[in-house]
Write a protein that binds this ligand. Structure first.
Ligand SMILES: [Zn+2]
Length: 305
């Protein structure tokens, strides 16, 4: 993917029918095996961290992740992304999101996310606009979220099948059209049946529920929004749904649980064993689940669009 900026890489992924995965880093030693697996598979990918991963897990700070990233980064296959900076967090508290985004830009993050999805539409647009103005001034693209991708909040989720059938929380295509036009967001994270992995101490080790995606609904959002779309909660979604979603506008997919749980399970045997577990899980995601081995060639700037 040469020296291309992340915005261009994601645009190319959309045009060429592939996807750029982002991998969450709740534990700093996960950076090394994530980068190594991307390099060995010749797959383009983002190393990323969300605020809750330095608040509730062990990645310490966005600066600590950036420093660890620089020790291992490989520009041929990796870029650094800041995942979820909520305006209102999973515990209902207001967050100084502009301060965090400013720090991220200074620390070298090449794309950032602001999550105003817990706010009413007007406020989500206004907050995303402020985040986009800050990031764009530094040449950094912004991801935003519209709709409710549930799972980070404490407490049990409603039964999945009932949730899917009702379409409750799904991104509204009309709102997506307006949001894309007014918010300044470069990429839009959507809710189409996907859910985040559980993060509470009581539930984070449990097997994630198998999720499906409403592809017809995704297609309506794609036409309305006209920007690359992002799928959060990539672990546990049926493979045929994921590959279909990539054909219908998903150009970035977030993967967290699939590499975090193997790390946590192997950690009693030591950090090296836990890193190996992440590497093996990465191989399965890149080759088996997403089928994107060799994607750096597809994303090559010299390739015709
Ligand atoms: Zn997410």
């Amino acid at each position: 993917m040469g020296g291309s900026p992340t915005a261009e890489i994601v645009r190319r992924a959309l045009r060429r029918g592939t996807v750029v995965p982002g991998f969450n880093i709740p534990y700093l030693p996960m950076v090394e095996p994530v980068v190594r697996a991307l390099r060995d598979a010749r797959s383009a990918g983002l190393v990323m961290v969300a605020r809750l991963e330095w608040e509730k897990f062990e990645s310490r700070s966005l600066e600590a992740v950036a420093a660890e990233y620089r020790r291992h980064a490989d520009r041929r296959v990796t870029r650094l992304h800041l995942d979820h900076v909520p305006v209102i967090d999973e515990d209902g508290r207001a967050v100084d999101y502009l301060e965090i985004l400013g720090r991220a830009v200074r620390a070298g993050y090449e794309s950032v996310m602001v999550d105003g999805s817990r706010l009413p539409l007007e406020e989500n647009i206004a907050c995303t606009r402020r985040a986009a103005d800050l990031a764009h001034a530094a040449g950094v693209p912004v991801e935003a979220e519209l709709g409710a991708v549930m799972g980070h909040e404490a407490g049990p989720l409603p039964p999945y099948e009932a949730l899917f059938a009702s379409g409750r929380g799904f991104t509204d295509p009309g709102e997506a059209r307006r949001f894309a036009a007014e918010s300044g967001a470069d990429w839009l994270s959507v809710a189409i049946g996907n859910i985040h992995g559980a993060i509470s101490a009581a539930t984070k080790g449990l097997k994630k529920v198998e999720a499906r995606l409403d592809i017809a609904h995704l297609e309506r959002i794609r036409r309305a929004a006209g920007v690359p779309l992002v799928l959060h909660g990539g672990t546990g979604i049926r493979k045929d749904c994921i590959l279909d979603a990539i054909r219908h506008g998903i150009a970035k997919i977030n993967v967290a649980t699939a590499i975090r749980q193997p790390y946590e399970r192997a950690l009693p045997r030591g950090v090296a064993a836990a890193q190996d577990a992440v590497y093996e899980a990465m191989r399965v995601v890149l080759r088996g689940d997403l089928e994107i081995e060799g994607s750096v060639d597809v994303l090559d700037p010299e390739e015709p669009a």
